[in-house]
Design a protein around this ligand. Sequence first.
Ligand SMILES: Nc1ncnc2c1ncn2[C@@H]1O[C@H](COP(=O)(O)OP(=O)(O)OP(=O)(O)O)[C@@H](O)[C@H]1O
Length: 299
Amino acid sequence: MIETKGLVKSFDGFKALDGIELAVGKGSIYGLVGPNGAGKSTLIRHLAGIYRQDAGEVLVAGRPVYENTDVKSRIAYIPDDIYHFMQASTRDMMRFYRRIYPRFDMARYSALKDIFVSVDERQSIRRLSKGMQKQSAFWIAVCTNPDVILLDEPVDGLDPIMRRQIWSIIMADVAERGTTVLVSSHNLRELEDVCDHMGVMNKGQLMLQRSVSELQDNLTKVQLVFENAAPDFSAWPEALHHAQSGRIHTLILRCSQEEAKGRLKLLSPILLDTVPLTLEEIFIYELGGADYAVKDIIL
Ligand SMILES: Nc1ncnc2c1ncn2[C@@H]1O[C@H](COP(=O)(O)OP(=O)(O)OP(=O)(O)O)[C@@H](O)[C@H]1O
């Protein structure tokens, strides 16, 4: 649904995007994670049709986005900084969007008043708090019934209850309408519960993109106890990590759970348990070995 091919963008000779090959399937929630300055917002602005690329292609539903009004009318973009006309109220913005977006859904706008109760729709946006401004932007954006939602750091400034409500609106759209969502954050923990695909950006490059299930299937964490001395796991090429605390050995292996259990059972441990890996741990091992601090990139 969303695709970039060899996307390059420079600002005054500085390559902010350096050959991005992004692929986001329809109905997917794709999390884009990376440190400050990685290029996430620049990439999203290309997907929203705000920036014109220097080289490469930016496609939504197979069609170029830049200066394509029809494609852009199906995309909702909620930037990190607020884009509304600050003098206008939420209601003014609703009227403005209703004229521009042919699929603007007035029934949905009215229904969502019960969710966004803290946003006074007649108040000028300038006078709303940062979190309320975000809510107002989100309220208007989802009423356009978009095929694609682009969220740049969406939960910055939102309280936990509002975060959950916004995510439940997005999840319902994904489930019922097959909406495609791309969401960026510099914090992996914000994304790991909601995304089915993840991409890691650093220094203008997409270093890794996978489905979360593929990431989870590829690595297994186990805890083991042996009656006698443990074998030398450092000789196992698939053992990425081994730690011991008392009699408990913790291993992270590059293989599926079934393979790990099959192999470890042969060692007759008196205890063998698999432990779920967090995405944070998965990324640390997937990206490990490169000459940068992985934790700086994803946490
Ligand atoms: N309009 C611009 N003019 C000049 N440089 C820019 C412009 N927009 C972005 N950059 C530069 O491009 C790089 C990527 O910036 P970008 O805002 O895309 O990163 P980001 O991953 O979204 O970071 P953050 O998490 O801090 O929002 C940065 O070095 C930034 O200074």
